[in-house]
Design a protein around this ligand. Structure first.
Ligand code: HEM
Length: 234
């Protein structure tokens, strides 16, 4: 009988998976308790959209975090974070077509092609779909160098989502602009000269000291977990 082997995850990877799934559980919890404001469909749309955007930005931030702080573990969570962003974007889209528009194809077509925010959101969703579909090792091998080029489109998806967000907000656009500034900063850090400068930061004495304290804290935390589980007989 074929055995399913689960990948071995580090504690950091596990924490990222739990952190990425937590909003889903909170959403289901609030839904079952009727705790989704007086307009639950809109609340579901807004929350899933926000989760997708935050996870997308976190996945974009992985490479710069490694460049600046030399924290290599973060590279292992880049792909899962991107897939979680796609996952929440899919729920977001399903809520839009199913709950908001009751799968009415005529109305949906009208909304997507006539509401500019829906159109750019849809374009971003299609990019995320293509990236999620080709994110496996098999596709990486099959596409070779094209894979790298294709996956740079994640930045375009990020920019489209920001435009989507700016166009939906009717009055105060400070929050979407703040997210936009983050996406632009992460994009700027891909420019070789800036990336080189950023990579020097990890050699600063202050950053090294911070890395040392963080590693110490993390080791102490892990040791305390181990002692607690030994004491409780787990
Ligand atoms: C697939 C096509 C998409 C459609 C039709 C769509 C539609 C919507 C709708 C109807 C809203 C709520 C508007 C309101 O009631 O105020 C919304 C909000 C939002 N969407 Fe989308 N969306 C799409 C794709 C995406 C994608 C791919 C992302 C992110 C990866 C995203 C991120 C957001 C964000 C951040 C918000 C605002 C959340 C907030 O204000 O807190 N959307 N979208």
């Amino acid at each position: 009988m074929a055995r399913i082997t689960l990948p071995r995850l580090s504690k950091f990877q596990l924490a990222v998976h739990i952190g990425a799934l937590l909003p889903l559980f909170l959403l289901i919890f609030d839904w079952t308790r009727d705790n989704l404001t007086f307009n639950p469909i809109q609340a579901l749309e807004l929350r899933t959209g926000k989760y997708a955007l935050v996870l997308l930005i976190l996945s974009l931030a992985c490479t710069p975090i490694n460049t600046v702080f030399g924290f290599r573990q973060v590279l292992k969570v880049r792909r899962p974070l991107g897939l979680y962003a796609f996952f929440y974007a899919s729920i977001h889209f399903l809520i839009f077509i199913g709950l908001d528009y009751q799968f009415d194809l005529g109305l949906l077509q009208e909304a997507i092609f006539e509401k500019r925010y829906a159109f750019v959101g849809f374009a971003a969703g299609l990019i995320l779909l293509a990236l999620a579909f080709t994110s496996t090792r098999g596709w990486m091998k099959r596409l070779g160098r094209t894979w790298m080029k294709l996956h740079k489109f994640v930045y375009l998806a990020g920019i489209l989502v920001i435009i989507h967000y700016v166009w939906l907000v009717k009055s105060d656009i400070r929050t979407p602009l703040l997210y936009g500034a983050l996406v632009l900063l992460l994009l700027a850090l891909r420019i070789p000269s800036l990336r080189h400068k950023a990579s020097q930061i990890k050699h600063l004495r202050f950053i090294r000291r911070m890395q040392g304290s963080f590693t110490n804290l993390w080791q102490k935390f892990q040791a305390s977990l181990f002692t607690n589980s030994m004491q409780s007989g787990d």
